[in-house]
Design a protein around this ligand. Structure first.
Ligand SMILES: Cc1cc2nc3c(=O)[nH]c(=O)nc-3n(C[C@H](O)[C@H](O)[C@H](O)COP(=O)(O)O)c2cc1C
Length: 399
């Protein structure tokens, strides 16, 4: 579809979030027009928008006077994403804003609703694919002509009309803006964001602008990647984690056995990690020490770079525990461990086939793999110690 740049650009300053509507329905032609747009406007694979002609009872969760309370909106649009697509949040944000700008240019009002709605009230109508989720919705209709006190209070509370100055959003603000980049940035600055947190940061290049998310606080349940990271990803990952228990155990068993081949009695094993994976390293360390075949030491990745303080000797073992997918800095780290420090080095990172995206969640399979590693190390040197049981589900409740 050719994007109607002119009318969408003109709609940008016209658009604002409307939470109280007058209940008047759109004409069938207008609804058909929006439906037609949703069918044609497919800027990215894995996301789609659907118009719901009748607002279902109870779809909006906002309690009276709260963020997300929507009144009397006759219709809505749902923005749906396939969660196996890595950039699904960004793609849904782009798609949704296109639909919203089209509605604005038709004289209609809207309001992105990212967290405060009940997807279950829509799912049966939408026929979602296995990996699809409703990422956000927007009411569509005509706003009450005079802004209600409630809307005024909400707008005031979240200072919805305010935007940060461009200098605060442009990371290389010393660079002089060209007319095109200023025009683009001024338009981007007016974009909506959950609780108006304006998470975007722009890096201006000669003929492009890179958009990224800054570290901002806001409504914890609404993804920052929708309006330009991802609490929803956490929900997804936890659901995935629960559904693939057996696969995780088989993967951890394989990894643990492989790591145990890098161990020798009384030669320390360094478990090097950062971020959430440090929990995995700490629990791995605890297990190696509990079995006391060899000493387990949990080291922070950055700290281990000063290994001369730690007195590493050749052929000590090291396990680098990272998030997945791993990157080139992990490869460099591994080659330093193996080639420069002459350690027996193993890189532990979750198999991407397990489809867990956040390091916070990946730390759990990594923890199990390290427990398996400690157990199989015991068995290699003390085959009679099979009574040192494999980790089991009950034991994991404490984590
Ligand atoms: C991804 C996203 C999620 C949002 N979720 C909600 C929501 O759940 N409830 C709500 O009342 N407003 C929500 N908003 C609307 C913002 O509060 C609003 O866009 C912001 O305050 C700026 O105001 P404006 O849209 O009038 O420019 C959301 C906006 C975005 C972009």
């Amino acid at each position: 579809m050719d994007i109607p740049y002119k009318s969408w650009y003109a709609a940008i300053p016209q658009r604002h979030s409307q939470r109280t509507y007058n209940g008047k329905r759109l004409s069938n032609e207008s609804l058909d027009h929006l439906e037609n747009l949703c069918e044609k406007f497919r800027p990215f694979a894995g996301v789609r928008a659907v118009i719901i002609r009748e607002t279902p009872q109870g779809v909006y969760k906002g309690i009276v006077g709260s963020y997300g309370e929507i009144k009397n909106a006759p219709h809505l649009a749902a923005f749906i994403g396939d969660m196996s697509v890595p950039v699904v949040q960004e793609a849904a944000g782009y798609l949704g804003q296109g639909v919203i700008l089209e509605a604005t240019s038709m004289g209609l009002q809207t309001c992105w609703i990212g967290g405060f709605f009940r997807p279950e009230t829509l799912e049966h109508t939408l026929g979602l694919g296995e990996k699809e989720r409703i990422l956000s919705i927007t009411p569509i209709g005509y706003g009450v002509s005079k802004k209600s006190t409630r809307d005024k209070v909400m707008s005031f509370a979240i200072r919805s009309h305010r935007r940060k100055p461009l200098e605060k959003m442009v990371t290389n603000s010393s660079k002089e803006l060209t007319p095109w980049s200023r025009t683009a940035l001024e338009a981007a600055r007016l974009a909506p964001s959950a609780a108006n947190r304006q998470p975007w940061r722009f890096t201006v290049k000669t003929d492009s602008i890179i958009v990224s998310t800054g570290k901002v606080r806001g409504v914890s349940r609404i993804s920052r990647r929708l309006d330009c990271e991802s609490e929803r990803t956490l929900d997804q990952d936890i659901r995935q984690l629960k559904s693939i228990g057996r696969e995780i155990i088989s993967w951890a068993e394989r990894e643990g056995t492989a790591i145990s081949k890098f161990t020798s009695p009384n030669v320390p094993i360094y478990l090097i990690s950062e971020g959430p994976n440090h929990i995995a390293a700490q629990i791995g360390m605890m297990k190696f020490n509990e079995y006391s075949v060899l000493k387990g030491i949990a080291a922070i990745r950055e700290e281990f770079k000063h290994h001369y303080n730690i007195s590493v000797t050749d052929s000590d073992s090291a396990v680098l525990i990272t998030g997945s997918p791993s990157d080139s800095s992990d490869d460099v780290y591994m080659s330093v461990l193996a080639d420069s420090l002459k350690m027996r080095a193993y890189h532990l990172h979750v198999d991407q086939k397990l489809r867990l995206r956040l390091p916070l969640v990946q730390a759990i399979p990594n923890t199990i793999a390290l427990q398996m590693a400690a157990y199989h190390t015991v068995l290699r040197y003390n085959p009679d110690k099979e009574s040192f049981k494999l980790p089991h589900a009950e034991a994991f409740k404490i984590y």
